[in-house]
Design a protein around this ligand. Structure first.
Ligand SMILES: [Zn+2]
Length: 345
C-alpha cells in the first residue's frame, strides 16, 4: 500500500490538525473506488446521450437509446457501459451497423475521472490525501466533519460531467450549449452555498520551522461559499469578455473577420463563468492562462506540419476544460508546492 500511497502523496500542510499520517483502511477505500468507477461508466453512458442530443435540442430522456441505423431500441443488456461495446464488437445487435468507439471511450474516461476525483479531491487542508481519509477523521484546517466533507465528491463528479459534455460538444459543433455553461454557472453558485467545502480559500499558515506557507482551507459558511463562487464566475468571465471585445475590434479593423463575426465565441465566456463558479477566482484565472497555454501547445505542432494556420478557428472549450480539470485535481497542491519552493529560497 505504501508505494500506491506515495504515488498520490500530497504536500504536507504543516501545523494543521490531522497532519500526522493516518492509516489507510484499504478495503473500504477500494470498494468506494470501484463504486466510483462503475458509477462513472454508467454516468458516462448518459453523457454520450447528452453530447449527441443537447446540441440538436432533443430530449436527453426520451426516446431511450436506439440504433442510429435501424432505429431499433437498444436493450438494457446490450447497453451496459464499456462491456457491451466490446461484447458486441462495437456493432448494433440488430443490424450490425458499427458504433463509434468514442461511446466506449467516453464511458471509460468518465469512470477514470470519477475515480480520480474520489482519490484526489480533498475538501480542505492540503494534507488530506486519499478519499478514504474523509471517512476516517475530521478533515484539515477547518475541522470539517467527515460526512459533510464527503458531499464534495458528488459535487465535483457533476463538475467533471460538465467538462466532458462541454469538451465533446465543442469538438463536434464548435459551440458550448447554454444549458452546460450557464446551467453550470448556476449549479456552481447553488452547490457552493450548499456545500461550502467545495470552495477553497488560501491562507498563510506557519510551519514547524516557522516559515509561512500557503495552504488551502475550505469555506466554512454558505455565505462564504456563495461569495467565493460568485467571485470566481466574475473573475473568469470578465477578462475573457474583455479579450472578446478588444480582439473583435482589432480583427475587424484589419479586415481579418467580417463585421458580424467575433474574435471569440460568447460560449467560451459563459463556460469560464461556470468553471469559476466551481473553482473560485484562482481556479478561473488558472483556467484562462492554462487553457491558452494548452491551446497554443496543441496548435504549434499542427501549424509546423502545415495543417493549421495561426488564425484558424479552434475550439477553446476543450482546453479550458482540461485546465479546469488540472486545477481541480492538483491546483491547491501546486500552489502549496510553489510557496514551499518560494519559502525555501
Ligand atoms: Zn441497428
Amino acid at each position: 500500500m505504501t508505494d500506491f500511497q506515495s504515488l498520490f502523496r500530497t504536500v504536507a500542510a504543516p501545523g494543521l490538525p490531522g497532519g500526522a499520517a493516518l492509516a489507510l483502511r484499504p478495503v473500504p477505500w477500494l470498494a468506494l473506488a470501484v463504486f466510483s468507477a462503475v458509477l462513472g461508466a454508467c454516468v458516462g453512458s448518459f453523457l454520450n446521450v447528452c453530447i449527441y442530443r443537447i446540441p440538436l435540442d432533443q430530449s436527453v430522456i426520451r426516446p431511450g437509446s436506439h440504433c442510429m441505423s435501424c432505429g431499433k431500441p437498444i436493450r438494457w443488456y446490450h447497453n451496459i457501459p464499456v462491456l457491451s461495446y466490446f461484447a458486441l464488437r462495437g456493432k448494433c445487435a440488430s443490424c450490425g451497423a458499427p458504433f463509434s468507439f468514442r461511446y466506449a471511450a467516453v464511458e471509460l474516461l468518465v469512470a477514470f475521472l470519477f475515480v480520480l476525483v474520489f482519490c484526489l479531491c480533498p475538501p480542505a487542508g492540503a494534507d488530506a490525501p486519499l478519499g478514504m481519509r474523509w471517512l476516517a477523521a475530521p478533515v484539515g484546517a477547518t475541522g470539517v466533519p467527515a460526512l459533510r466533507a464527503l458531499w464534495t465528491v458528488p459535487v465535483f463528479w457533476l463538475f467533471v460531467c460538465g467538462l466532458v459534455v462541454a469538451t465533446f460538444v465543442d469538438l463536434d459543433h464548435m459551440i458550448i450549449p447554454d444549458s452546460v455553461s450557464l446551467g453550470g454557472a448556476a449549479a456552481g453558485l447553488v452547490l457552493s452555498a450548499l456545500v461550502p467545502e467545495t470552495q477553497l480559500r488560501f491562507v498563510f499558515a506557519e510551519g514547524p520551522d516557522g516559515a509561512a506557507s500557503l495552504v488551502a482551507a475550505a469555506a466554512a459558511t454558505w455565505r462564504e461559499g456563495l461569495a467565493l463562487s460568485a467571485l470566481g464566475a466574475a473573475a473568469g468571465s470578465a477578462p475573457l469578455w474583455l479579450v472578446r471585445v478588444i480582439g473583435t475590434w482589432w480583427f475587424r479593423r484589419r479586415g481579418r473577420i467580417g463585421a458580424d463575426d467575433h474574435a471569440m465565441g460568447l460560449g467560451d465566456v459563459k463556460f469560464i463563468a461556470a468553471l469559476g463558479a466551481f473553482l473560485g477566482w484562482h481556479g478561473a484565472l488558472f483556467c484562462i492562462a492554462g487553457g491558452a497555454f494548452l491551446g497554443v501547445a496543441a496548435a504549434l505542432p499542427l501549424m509546423a506540419l502545415g495543417k493549421r494556420r495561426l488564425l484558424d478557428r479552434i475550439p477553446f472549450g476543450p482546453y479550458l476544460a482540461l485546465a479546469g480539470l488540472l486545477w481541480l485535481l492538483w491546483g491547491p497542491r501546486l500552489a502549496a508546492a510553489w510557496t514551499f519552493a518560494f519559502a525555501a529560497r
